[in-house]
Ligand binder design. Sequence first.
Ligand SMILES: [Zn+2]
Ligand SMILES: [Zn+2]
Length: 247
Amino acid sequence: MLNYLLHFLFPRTCGHCHRDLVSQTQNPLCPTCFEQLQLIVPFLDSATISFAPQNLYCQRCGIPLPHGGAHCHACRGKRFFCDNIRSVFLFTPPLQSLIHRFKYEDRKSLAQPLGEWMGSAFKQYPELQDTEILIPVPLHAQREKKRGFNQSHLLAAIHSQNTGLPLSKILTRIKPTPPQVKLSKTQRIENVQEAFELHDTESIKHKKVLLIDDVCTTGATLEECARVLRRKGHAKKVYALTLARQI
Ligand SMILES: [Zn+2]
Ligand SMILES: [Zn+2]
């Protein structure tokens, strides 16, 4: 009865198509939109949700490689500060809508289901299991103030609760960089150069660190964060986990 009353007073709608959701569900998407999500590794209890075949992804950057192989073209034969990047979903429309609502429509409550999906996917990647510390990709203070929160920090906080791994905020963004969205690959690399600073160079020394972010496009931001964590903080390994992967 209480559920019905709450639903009547505060109707919950699908984060993508805006249809009413049944009152009890924690899922922010209706069943139709939920089935349109594209997982990179399977973990959700849905027979219809699509995913790239397990382990057929680039061992470095995590993009699906439907025809197999160890590395994608962009990662082959190169060295990176970020040892590997893994993501939960491909950046397709239902997820784009959820992330947009989360970041720009002040729907902080979405951190819970999105962070839980992240936690479930994390368990499916054996290569991330020796992580010792979580570090959210920081926003510049001005942007965080304007938005009221850093979405990556909220996701990392849920992930920390679920895994018991400590969360550290030693990485800060010192350059108010424009959003990466409309930039070319080269501009993205230049945009984030010298954009990050480390507060404390002792706490991650020889540790394995997991960066947390909402979306990975070219990996330029993660790579620059990883460069600082390794060069200045002497991290032993830097991994990254993002909710969405744009390809
Ligand atoms: Zn829907
Ligand atoms: Zn790759």
